[in-house]
Structure formats: C-alpha cells, structure tokens
Design a protein around this ligand. Sequence first.
Ligand code: G3H
Ligand code: ZN
Length: 289
Amino acid sequence: MTKSLRECINDATAHNVAIGHFNISNLEALHAIYAAAKKLNVPVIIGVSESEQAFVGLEEAAALVGTIRERDNYPIFLNADHHANFESVKKCIDAGFDMVIIDGTKLSFDDNVAVTKQCVDYAREVTKATGRDILVEAELGFIGSGSVMRDEIPEGAGVLTKPEDAQKFVTSTGIDLFAPSVGSIHGLIKSGKPHIDAVLVAEIKQITGIPLVLHGGSGLRDEDFTNAIKAGIAIVHINSEIRLAFRDAAEASLEANPTEITPAKLMQPAIDAIEKVVESRLKLFNNIV
Ligand code: G3H
Ligand code: ZN
C-alpha cells in the first residue's frame, strides 16, 4: 500500500531529508514533476495555489494526482498552496486535496490563529467522517507573495518568525505543519536571495515539535537548503524556478518551430526543462548523489 503523506513526512524527518513541493498550473508541469520524482523514487507534493487553481480546476487537479497515485501506487500528493480564507480551504478539502495551507499572514496574529483553527477543525471533522488524513499547514511571518521575477528583496523581508510566537501559534491552532519566516522570499530575485537562518529553523523546530516547511525555495544556495533541512525543514517549496524553465523552453521551442502547430511537440522541451530543474532539486533535498 502507498505510504500516506504523514508517513512520508515522518520518514523524511527521521532521515534528515525533505520532500519537494512543486506548483503546477498545467499538465506539462505535472508530467515533468512526476517523471523526475519517479526516476529518483522519492515522494513528491504537487501544489496548486488559489490563482493556479483558477486555471487548473480543483476537482481536475485532485483527479489527476489521485489517478497517478492509485494507478502507480506512488506517493504523490496534492496540496492547496497559500489559500487565504476558510471557504477556499474547505473547497480544496471537499475536492479531495491531501493537504491545505491556510495563509493568514496578512491578518493579525489573533485573526491568523482563528482562521487557522477553523481550518484545522474542519479538516479533523472530515478525517473523522471519511478516514482521509488531511494535513493542515499555516504560516507566521513575512515571506512575500507571488512566484515572480523580482528586481530586489521586498521591504519587510527581514522580519523573521520569533520562536516564542511560533510556539504560541502552533499550540493555539493544532496544525500539522508550520511555515515560519526564516529568510527566504517568494520569487526569483535578481540580486540574489537572503540567507536562511538555520539556527532559527532549529530553534523553531525544537520549540514547536512539528515538521517545518520552507517556502520561497527558488534561487536559494544549495548549502542554505541542506543546512535548513538538517535543522528541521521537512518540505521545501519551489515554484518560480520551474515557471522560468517552462517559459524559457516554451519560448525557444516556439521560435525554433514557427510552422509547428502540435502542442505536444511544441511543449515537450518545456516538460524536459521542468523535469531537469525538479530532478536536481529533488536530488539535493533527498541527499541523492
Ligand atoms: O508556495 C510556493 C513557494 O513557496 C514557491 O516559492 O517561487 O520562491 O520557489 P518560489
Ligand atoms: Zn509559498
């Protein structure tokens, strides 16, 4: 039987490795990510954010990922990435997602706790009624928004999560996974990424006692990833790097084949390019040489 997401996270924690989480908004990315994971035989999480969901479709994403998992008996999971309110999270749970992220980072601490608790309560209710183990992640601290190209690090990026706030947040909400602000920022920044504070990761891991998730992985240095994983990161999110790989490869393919009209032919280089990026990140996160 395929391992559950919770079991895969526990395994990752026990072995000091991390599960790769990659966002999709099209079939090309899904095929590429799955191909890379399968080649290395490691679990993988597919992320669909609120904006990506509007393009892919909620039930469609659940059907695609669920079909692959069942057909191939493979640990591939679907996460509702950065959903900003309870209604949106509820729709994803109802559609069959394995995991949800309630992103209350724009709210006050107390409002963030309240909406997160509401999502945790609903997930537990559904788990009780259906037996589906739905994991809930929430965030505290500023890690920017949007997997985009940036000229510079956005203002406020230096505000990192305090361990005591993390502990209060985790105990007040009962979440399964916690995403702190430890130095990374969403997007690819031309002037380079801020450094990950691995000491802070270790402190937050120690005080909260639950698996931690690193967002804003694109563009980070290899040693930032490896130090963060050693310190307690169990899942790493990558999006901008695969968006960029897709765009560059698709553009080159269209330019090189001006008379070709078959999407499968035109987009194969984009699939290959995403697969390459994902494979290299998965090797690093899973300590595969
Ligand atoms: O939730 C998505 C990620 O945190 C992706 O961040 O675009 O910097 O890789 P990234
Ligand atoms: Zn994120």
